[in-house]
Design a protein around this ligand. Sequence first.
Ligand code: ZN
Length: 122
Amino acid sequence: MQDSSRCRVCGLDQFPDLPWGESGEEPSHSICVCCGVEFGYEDDGLENCLLIRRHWVEVNRCKWFAPKHRPTDWDMAAQIRGIPRAYKSDDDDERLIQAYLQAGEPPPQGLAALSAVERPDR
Ligand SMILES: [Zn+2]
């Protein structure tokens, strides 16, 4: 099962470690270096995984638990999309990705973009 090496909360590939063992029922109790979840403690169901994921993205702004492991070219969106299927929420995850990407960059056009939106059609 190719999903078995990925964190259920943030999708980080833990290979060769398996967060929940080969059976998917034997948590390692290791800590994810990315989202900081303890495998087997809080990531034991879709709802819990979603709650932690939302908090990690919206409150912690995807802060890495162990920042030294963060790749310089880290692709947050790709990692989130790689979350094991049973622990994904496509709508929710895409919203989180967009929120993260938008918050990570300054407003593209500043006031110009705003006035363009507010200008009535002629
Ligand atoms: Zn994680």
